[in-house]
Each structure stands twice: as structure tokens, then as C-alpha cells.
Design a binder for this molecule. Structure first.
Ligand code: PLP
Length: 271
């Protein structure tokens, strides 16, 4: 496949990053990730806005504006014949004089195979392991996932799909997904210490009455339904947190309705 690196479209195998880039030695960089369906990059403007916003918030210069990025992406989709796939934009922290200050990094855009959760996870729901944690710079899509990658060895041992972070009694999100909680027919999602997911945004649009407010960890355990959202998971039911069953232990009615509505919206957008 082809990618964008060294300011041009080149074979992916020829993309390189200097080992002293602070993206690597300090874990300082930003990225974003979206999907194509039927050759259409879904909700691309939202992802481009978030990527450009992440660069600004991390003081990383990005020499490409939204329209240039869009054109590179469309060219990659066409040349790679990417009917259904993932696209990752990555901006490294750069080669810094003092090996610490943000510098001018390298931009990479590359195409990937998608890894969707298996169908069974949607019919049975998944388990999350809870952990007391609050992410730094949660609203920026940084490349630093050291903590959850480290945690993942443990949550896999516990049979969990992922983690749910909570802090001071309030939940925030999962390691790569946002969380929604349903109680007595009302849907809630937190806003503090979370990445503003593009899937989360779409779900908020699907149901105009979702309440954006702090949610207790205890309330989450006592919820009727819980689900998580992300670009690759879409809407995935959560039926267990640690040793606690959520609701009746099966994907709930409202979650299933939203999964259906999301699918219809996606089909409309991919033509
Ligand atoms: N929260 C975090 C920390 C993430 O890394 C991600 C996505 O990777 C999300 C939430 C979900 O965001 P999106 O729906 O845009 O994929």
C-alpha cells in the first residue's frame, strides 16, 4: 500500500521516523483515526478538525490545512483502492534541540486493515475492568497510550474487553472509547476528562435527549444499560463491570435501537 510520508505519497514500506524524534523518546505526538465505507471517509471533516485542534493544543506546527489533508486522503483512498479500511493520521513531536520541547514533526497518513470486534460481542455484550485513573490532557488525541497498553495484560487475564476509568467516584471513559449509561429510559454520558469522540458526537445527534453530565461509578454499576462507542467499535454493549452484572446482563433495548440507528446513519453517509 501507499502512504503519505516525507511530504509525498510513497510506498508504506519506505516511511521512516528518526529514533530521536520526541514522538518516540518522550511519547509526544498526536494522531487521529477514521474509517472508509464504500470508499467514503466517514465523517472526515470532524476527524480533520479534531486532528488540527490536537496539533494546536500540543503546540505542534502542522504545515497542511484541512483541504490539503482532505486531498491527500482522497488520493490515498483511490490509489490504495480502500473500499473499507482505517486511515491513521500521525504527527510526531519532531527533532527537538533539547530533546524535550515540541518541535516540527513529521506527518504520516497511512491506511490499515480494520479490526472490528466479533459479532458475538454485540450479541452478548462485553466486560470492562474498572480502574481509578484520570487521563492527562484527556481532550487531546495524543499518541501516549503507555498506561492502557500496560493495563491490557491484566484486563485480558480478567476476561475484559477493556477498562473503565473512574476518579473521585465519577466515571470518564474507556481506554479508546467513550461511555454511555442508561437508567430508567434516560441516557447519560460524561464530559469531564474524556476525549470528545466522533462516534460519541454522532450518538448525541441520533438521540437529541442525551444528558451530558457527571456520572457516578456506583450509578454506572446500578445502570439498566451501558455501552461504549468508538470509531472501530461503533456502539458496543457493556454487560459486566468487574464482577457486577449490568442490568439483566444482556444488551438492552435502547442500546440495540441505537446500534440500528447508527448503522442506518452510516449507510446514508457512505452512499
Ligand atoms: N476516548 C479515547 C481515549 C480514545 O482514544 C478514543 C478513540 O480512539 C475514543 C474515546 C473514541 O473516539 P472516536 O469515537 O472518535 O473513535
Amino acid at each position: 500500500p501507499l502512504c503519505f510520508a516525507r511530504n509525498q505519497i510513497i510506498p508504506s514500506s519506505e516511511a521512516t521516523l528518526h529514533p530521536m524524534d520526541i514522538g518516540l523518546i518522550r511519547g509526544y505526538g498526536i494522531f487521529d483515526f477514521f474509517r472508509t465505507e464504500n470508499f467514503v471517509p466517514l465523517f472526515l471533516t470532524d476527524y480533520l478538525d479534531r486532528f488540527i485542534g490536537s496539533a494546536q493544543k500540543t503546540y505542534l506546527p502542522l504545515d497542511f490545512n484541512k483541504e490539503t489533508l482532505r486531498n491527500i486522503i482522497l488520493e490515498l483512498i483511490e490509489k490504495n483502492d480502500l473500499r473499507q479500511g482505517g486511515i491513521r493520521m500521525l504527527l510526531s513531536g519532531g527533532m527537538s534541540d533539547n530533546h524535550f520541547s515540541p518541535a516540527k514533526g513529521d506527518l504520516f497518513i497511512f491506511c490499515e486493515d480494520l479490526m472490528f470486534p466479533g459479532e458475538q460481542k454485540y450479541t452478548n455484550g462485553v466486560k470492562l475492568s474498572s480502574i481509578e485513573h484520570v487521563r492527562a490532557l484527556a481532550e487531546i488525541k495524543t499518541t501516549n497510550y503507555t498506561f492502557p497498553v500496560w493495563l491490557s495484560s491484566n484486563w485480558k487475564k480478567e476476561g475484559a474487553e477493556d477498562v473503565i476509568y473512574h476518579h473521585n467516584g465519577l466515571i470518564s471513559e474507556s481506554s479508546r472509547s467513550n461511555i454511555f449509561v442508561i437508567k430508567n429510559g434516560e441516557i447519560f454520558t460524561p464530559d469531564q476528562n474524556v476525549l470528545h469522540g466522533i462516534t460519541r458526537k454522532r450518538v448525541l445527534e441520533l438521540s437529541g435527549s442525551i444528558k451530558i453530565q457527571p456520572i457516578g461509578f456506583d450509578e454506572t454499576l446500578a445502570a439498566d444499560e451501558v455501552f461504549m462507542t468508538s470509531t472501530t467499535k461503533k456502539i458496543l454493549p457493556v454487560t459486566r463491570i468487574d464482577d457486577r452484572q449490568i442490568g439483566n446482563g444482556k444488551p438492552g433495548k435502547i442500546t440495540k435501537e441505537l446500534i440500528q440507528a447508527f448503522q442506518e446513519m452510516e449507510q446514508k453517509n457512505s452512499g
